[in-house]
Write a protein that binds this ligand. Structure first.
Ligand code: ATP
Ligand code: MG
Length: 425
């Protein structure tokens, strides 16, 4: 490797130095490249194996790489779901001393999929709606911290399964700006960008015969505006009521909890006569169920997965009459007797198919269907083997899916188990 490579990174992984930075990214050997599905982009992005995990490398200018790196770090600190920045590498030269583009390195987000890889043949109405709903939640969260995205689109978002819904992550922060709060005009601007981009992306799928005929691109793209507005009003709107209706305060808190948010700060004002109360959430924090699950069990799951697992924990508590016992003790017991045995029962070669919490969620659904069909209570152990054989075995691997490069994802894709590619590193 030639010259004075310049690596900026918060946590340097020495293995970064072993990569062939003296070669243009498009000529890197197959031996280091991880073939994973990727969204459409202007810059060249390739996935690369690095000491047991996968990184995404984007060739761009040094200014843009630095800027995006800093922005992603800030967003990470603000707890927004986005890809994790690893390093910026500048001063690249080839062996003849010619300059090469700088790169931004991010960590490949495990179990995430670009929207074009979320489905096998055509994008169906319910999947389309769920991706757009997930993107609306992400946009609200970004706007609440004062981030103007400027390039909201399905391509600039990654999706992870979340108990029947999706959780959206920001992947492209290049155009973003952080302010001390956004004006309504700025928010509307981003929303309009989102609506137009999504419509374009769906029309593009339709042109390629990859959109279910029942999906109306205009209707679905308008859906982001509606979903965004509803959530924004729930999270930030003020409401007034007579001071005799103080239960409304608790109701608002519970409604937000149900949506997956905690109120960190609530403004409560009474009028001069004390007969009217006005409340408005000032600081809200996403991840209500995630935090409770983490505190009780140490499990790190998506919000809806966490909600599902906690429901199962609650029914365990009720079934065994443990309401009076210490919550953490019961959670520990549930983890050891219910959750962990299920995850252990999954054969090694199937572990890369879905995240554990998603497996557990699907298993609960599966048991419900079995019980309905057979008109009896199917025990969990029985449901597990049925689920593994009739459902999990037939899924493709989502920890690391092998697929053709950008824009040409055609399924069925080949499957490579996570452990296999790890073994190859
Ligand atoms: N850390 C990551 N994990 C998973 N996928 C990633 C990651 N980084 C990039 N990608 C994939 O690469 C694609 C392109 O990345 P990105 O959007 O940052 O490139 P870009 O050239 O800036 O895009 P644009 O054309 O919107 O400017 C993304 O859509 C995503 O599918
Ligand atoms: Mg992009």
């Amino acid at each position: 490797m030639s010259g004075s490579l310049n690596i900026t990174s918060a946590t340097v992984d020495p293995a970064l130095l072993d990569l062939p930075w003296n070669l243009p990214l498009d000529t890197w050997p197959d031996s280091v490249i991880a073939a994973l599905p990727k969204g459409i982009s202007r810059h060249l992005v390739r996935f690369v194996h690095l000491s047991g995990y996968v990184i995404a490398i984007k060739e761009t200018s040094s200014e843009l790489a630095r800027r995006e790196y800093e922005m992603l770090r800030t967003l990470q600190k603000l707890d927004v779901p986005c890809v994790d920045p690893v390093a910026v590498i500048t001063n690249r030269t080839d062996d003849e001393g010619n300059e090469l583009d700088s790169v931004l390195v991010t960590r490949h987000l495990k179990f995430s999929l670009p929207y074009r890889a979320l489905y096998s043949q055509t994008l169906r109405p319910d999947t389309a709606t769920r991706t757009v709903d997930a993107l609306a939640v992400l946009l609200v969260r970004l706007h609440m911290i004062g981030f103007f995205w400027g390039d909201v689109s399905l391509s600039n978002t990654l999706f992870r399964r979340d108990a029947g819904s999706f959780a959206a992550y920001l992947v492209d922060a290049e155009t973003g700006q952080l302010y001390n709060g956004l004006s309504n005009g700025q928010r509307e601007n981003d929303l309009e960008i989102a609506r137009i981009n999504i419509a374009g992306e769906l029309l593009d799928l339709a042109a390629g015969g990859r959109l279910d005929e029942e999906v109306d691109p205009v209707e679905v793209s308008n859906g982001i505006v509606a979903a965004y507005r509803t959530l924004w009003i729930e999270l930030t709107g003020s409401e007034s009521f007579s001071s005799s209706e103080r239960w409304r305060i608790n109701e608002r808190v519970e409604r937000l909890n149900e949506l997956g948010f905690d109120i960190e700060e609530l403004a409560i004002k009474t009028d001069d006569t004390g007969s009217q109360v006005r409340i408005q959430p000032k600081v809200v924090d996403a991840g209500h169920h995630q935090r409770r699950l983490l505190r009780l069990t140490g499990l790190d799951a998506q919000e809806n997965q966490a909600r599902r697992l906690l429901n199962d924990l609650d029914s365990y508590t009720a079934t065994f009459n443990k309401q009076g016992e210490d919550e953490e003790m019961v959670a520990h017991e549930w983890l050891a007797k219910v959750f962990e045995p299920v995850i252990r029962a999954i054969p090694r070669e199937l572990k890369g198919r879905l995240e554990p919490a998603e497996v557990f969620h699907q298993l609960l659904d599966h048991r419900w269907y079995l019980s309905q069909n057979e008109n009896r209570d199917v025990p969990l152990a029985e449901a597990v083997s049925s689920y593994i054989d009739t459902v999990l075995r037939h899924r493709r691997d989502e920890a690391t899916v092998i697929a053709p490069a950008t824009g040409t994802i055609t399924l069925p894709v080949d499957i490579i188990a996570e452990d296999d590619w790890r073994a190859k590193v």
